[in-house]
Design a protein around this ligand. Structure first.
Ligand SMILES: [Zn+2]
Length: 93
């Protein structure tokens, strides 16, 4: 993946991506403004963080994140830590 785009269309919505110099966390997704903020850091960390926040956006836009007591962060971290590493290993030639 090359440069971080300015926005991504997901679930029929346009999600803005802004890069913030001194963000206190690696990233966040704000449902009200459909914005992902990414901390300015190395390219790989930003790529993985964008993927993480996009999963939050997908869960939010789809309505799944509104299920009461959904362990959303745990679900997203499962994909971060278990699913994608396995998938990427599979995709490598
Ligand atoms: Zn998260």
């Amino acid at each position: 993946m090359g440069d971080i785009p300015k926005s991504i269309r997901i679930g029929g919505r346009q999600v803005k991506i802004t890069i913030v110099e001194d963000l206190e966390e690696y990233g966040n997704f704000t449902e009200d403004t459909l914005t992902i903020q990414l901390k300015k850091t190395d390219a790989e960390t930003m790529r993985v963080t964008l993927r993480h926040e996009l999963m939050h956006a997908a869960l939010s836009i789809s309505g799944i994140s509104f299920i009461e007591r959904l362990p959303e962060e745990a679900i997203v971290r499962c994909f971060d830590n278990i699913f994608f590493p396995a998938w990427e290993k599979l995709c490598k030639p």
